[in-house]
Ligand binder design. Structure first.
Ligand code: ASP
Length: 300
């Protein structure tokens, strides 16, 4: 049925649309807001916990003037009464729902929804596959700092294997001509990630001096049956702490998609580091999501 555009991963966007989304983000953040989604019905459907993504989609929709329904998965007939996903999506469309924002533990679930939905599906994170709006806000945060990402080095540290954030960001960095260096143990960052514009390294301290930006990742414990590395070993090799911060260039920034685990991937000194950009990321999450909603729905 896909007659309207969805955002399932960054591959769905043409390169010029990145710039378009970022320009709109700036406009929305400056308060040049028109309620461009007045009367547009949006459903937010989160099958996994979320603080930042859920709240910012919600606020973005409200600020655009949309009608917003937050549907709890346990209230879906799809979950308990044997209704198919196809029939669920047909039903929502028949009611005039135009946008469904979905987070789900299964890779590809938003794509399945989009197949049956005469509206826009926005992927708010599916399994370990993709988290396109998180990548857009991370890219926007770096662009705010550096103007352009061409030739910049972005170091991504930790559990890349299970990180939909990292998977989408790698796509985005490639589109914007930046170099990604993925750092972690083989079990979390297999060498198979290496390709044009993507390098894999094991020694964080050795790589930090070349970073323009560092993105720390949470270890996705909920996706492991057995942890491949102990906390002590992880901390010793990969935690960003005062000593490792000292290896960074003065202009370097540090980011984290949240939620961060103090004491594991970072220590308190990171939270006081002048280049710590977590709050900027969260702030831009709202503007970026307004921009994405606006682009998909108004198409102009
Ligand atoms: N909040 C991000 C996500 O949903 C990152 C994380 O959970 O570690 O993927």
């Amino acid at each position: 049925m896909r007659t309207r555009r969805s955002l399932l991963d960054l591959d769905d966007l043409a390169v010029e649309e990145f710039a378009e989304i970022f320009a709109r983000t700036t406009a929305f953040e400056r308060g040049e807001i028109e309620k461009r989604l007045q009367g547009v019905a949006c459903v937010n459907l989160f099958f996994e916990p979320s603080t930042r993504t859920f709240t910012s989609f919600n606020l973005a929709e409200l600020r655009l003037g949309a009608d917003v329904v937050n549907l709890s998965p346990r209230d879906l007939s799809y979950m308990t009464k044997g209704e198919s996903l196809e029939d669920t999506m047909v039903t929502l469309a028949a009611m005039g729902v135009t946008v469904v924002v979905v987070r789900h533990p299964e890779d590809g679930f938003p794509a399945k929804m989009a197949l049956h939905f005469d509206g826009h599906v926005i992927n708010a994170g599916d399994g370990t596959h993709a988290h396109p709006t998180q990548a857009l806000l991370d890219l926007y945060t770096m662009l705010e700092e550096f103007g352009s990402l061409r030739g910049r080095t972005v170091v991504v540290v930790g559990d890349v294997l299970h990180s939909r954030v990292a998977h989408s960001l790698i796509v985005g960095l490639h589109r914007l001509d930046a170099q990604a260096i993925l750092v972690g143990p083989e079990a979390l960052v297999p060498t198979s990630y290496e390709r044009d514009g993507v390098r894999v390294e094991r020694d964080l301290s050795a790589i930090l001096p070349s970073a323009d930006a560092v993105l720390l990742l949470r270890i996705q414990r909920e996706r492991f049956t057995q942890m491949p590395i102990s906390d002590d070993e992880y901390v010793a090799r990969y935690r960003l702490d005062a000593a490792r911060l000292g290896l960074l260039r003065e202009s370097a920034i540090v980011m984290h998609p949240g939620p961060y685990n103090r004491g594991i991937e970072l220590d308190e000194s990171v939270l006081r580091f002048p280049g710590w950009r977590y709050s900027r990321q969260v702030l831009h999450g709202l503007g970026v999501r307004m921009a994405v909603l606006d682009l998909l729905v108004t198409g102009t």
